[in-house]
Design a protein around this ligand. Structure first.
Ligand code: CA
Length: 229
């Protein structure tokens, strides 16, 4: 499995439901982080930086609604999509009325197929490359499904690491990524790699992107890292 597989945080206090959900998400290619309650969820969000959060409404102590409200008020987590699970449709109406900022709602008992479709829909919005879509930046095209990259219509030869680096950049043009963030995303967080390795692969990516001409689209941000554009 690739290191840049999308991460879903599952917040559910009932163990059986948590495991079924996690099992299905892992089968879909996600890495799953699990939280049993709201407090744990808020800690894991900072540690795991999930791409999507599936959040149960009924949790002990801190409710799902409160967790959602906190996530949506913090600048660093505001843009992470939250899919709220609730036991009754009246609760969903209430969630909407409360304006917790949840991005989607699913009523329990839900069909796994439906929930997976909702998760994928959120992923297409926030992690288009991970969802297998085509991305474009200027004259560079990246097809996440076929792993083909072209520039000015010419196919480019990229190694697997350079491909993952480029898809990370193309998902969020303009965003400055630190070397540590790139290591986590592209190499995986459980692997020890020297941050200078990032510079080596950025060098290779630049060379590959400019092999048929065109300017260098990657920007080195002094003291901060790298950005596309
Ligand atoms: Ca529950």
């Amino acid at each position: 499995m690739s290191a840049d597989q999308p991460v879903v945080l599952v917040v559910e206090d009932e163990a059986a439901q948590r495991e079924v959900l996690s099992y299905n998400l892992e089968a879909e290619g996600f890495r799953v982080a699990r939280a049993e309650n709201g407090e744990e969820a808020l800690i894991l969000v900072a540690e795991e930086q999930p791409d999507i959060i599936v959040l149960d409404w009924m949790l002990p102590n801190v409710s799902g609604i409160e967790v959602c409200r906190q996530l949506k008020t913090r600048p660093e987590t505001r843009s992470v999509p939250v899919i709220m699970l609730s036991a009754r449709s009246e609760e969903v109406d209430k969630v909407r009325g409360l304006e917790t900022g949840a991005d989607d709602y699913v009523v329990k008992p839900y069909s796994v197929v439906e929930l997976m479709a909702r998760v994928r829909a959120q992923l297409r919005r926030t992690r288009p490359a991970a969802a297998g879509l085509r991305l474009q930046y200027d004259d560079i095209m990246l097809d996440a499904e076929t792993h083909r990259v072209t520039r000015l219509g010419e196919p480019l030869k990229l190694g697997p690491t350079e491909f993952r680096l480029l898809s990370t950049f193309m998902e969020k043009p303009g965003r400055v990524w630190s070397r540590e963030q790139l290591l986590d995303r592209v190499w995986g967080r459980d692997i020890y790699v020297d941050t200078r390795t990032v510079d080596v692969h950025i060098g290779r990516l630049r060379k590959a992107l400019c092999q048929y001409g065109g300017g260098d689209p990657l920007r080195t941000v002094r003291g901060a890292g790298y950005a596309l554009g």
